[in-house]
Design a protein around this ligand. Structure first.
Ligand SMILES: Cc1cc2nc3c(=O)[nH]c(=O)nc-3n(C[C@H](O)[C@H](O)[C@H](O)COP(=O)(O)OP(=O)(O)OC[C@H]3O[C@@H](n4cnc5c(N)ncnc54)[C@H](O)[C@@H]3O)c2cc1C
Length: 236
């Protein structure tokens, strides 16, 4: 795999510091040799440690038009996230080339289903549509444990201007703001808010249980397997 050095230009904590959740950091990376990787929205890169023994993949959240790569990383204190927590702006990371098949079928109306930091590839997809000034006909169901875990709400709202409909699901708070939905994303909610749910493509991004459960519910409801694409990240 091709590896390129990328300098960390900016690290920002995107979450509001709810102590019950891990923070999500934005890492903005620029290629040291000035040559950006080409990629398609929905793809991921791989970060390697200096000795190459530790590597983990991260979805790209920035659009291909940017002169940097932005990642949203949930700092869970695992091996790579601890390694990254010691890094600072100006440090260099080894980045493997973009890969992945979580790619949008632009001709079909879509429903995006994201859990937590699984929102990352949808930012790339939507920022790309904004850059191209192309309207979308998509619904985004975004699930977070706590209302405070939502990242970049203002930017998310700006995607409504190109046709995105946003439904935020809060799973752990007892009380949720009026315009949010309580509990997990479910088939009942999808059917309630998406009148033409049978004719759409579904893009699921998040942990294994989230993706498996939603996929099973969609299939049970008559959505064909070819209309469902999932990007599964781990056990959680
Ligand atoms: C294609 C792809 C794209 C990905 N994109 C992203 C991304 O955009 N942002 C991102 O943050 N991660 C993303 N991941 C997950 C990422 O690759 C790492 O698995 C994650 O950062 C944990 O790595 P670690 O080495 O710190 O933890 P490890 O030391 O590998 O794992 C520690 C333990 O934590 C568990 N764990 C993993 N994730 C979580 C979590 N979120 N909360 C609680 N426990 C967890 C693991 O199951 C494991 O048991 C992606 C994974 C894949 C395969």
């Amino acid at each position: 795999m091709e590896l390129r050095d990328f300098e960390i230009k900016e690290i920002t904590n995107l979450t509001k510091g709810n102590s019950q959740s891990h923070p999500i950091y934005s890492f903005k990376l620029v290629p040291v040799n000035g040559i950006m990787y080409k990629f398609r929205p929905g793809q991921f890169i791989t970060i390697f440690s200096e000795d190459g023994k530790l590597f983990r993949s991260y979805s790209i959240a920035s659009p291909p038009e940017s002169d940097f790569i932005e990642l949203f990383i949930e700092m869970i204190n695992g091996k790579m996230t601890s390694y990254l927590s010691k890094k600072k702006e100006g440090d260099v990371l080894k980045i493997g080339e973009p890969r992945g098949t979580f790619l949008l079928d632009e001709k079909t109306k879509s429903v995006y289903l994201a859990a937590g930091v699984g929102i990352a590839p949808f930012f790339s997809i939507l920022r790309h549509s904004i850059m191209k000034k192309e309207p979308v006909d998509s619904y985004l169901f975004y699930s977070v444990k706590h209302a405070d875990d939502i990242i970049l709400m203002n930017e998310l709202k700006s995607f409504e201007g190109i046709g995105l409909r946003i439904l935020i699901n809060v799973t752990r708070d007892q009380k949720v703001p009026e315009h949010f939905l309580q509990g997990r994303i479910s088939m009942e909610k999808i059917k309630k808010f998406v009148p033409d749910y049978l004719g759409r493509k579904y893009y699921i991004c998040g942990g294994l249980t989230f993706a498996k459960d939603l996929k099973a519910s969609l299939i049970k409801e008559g959505i064909s397997e070819d209309s469902i694409l999932s990007d599964i990240w781990g056990e959680n």
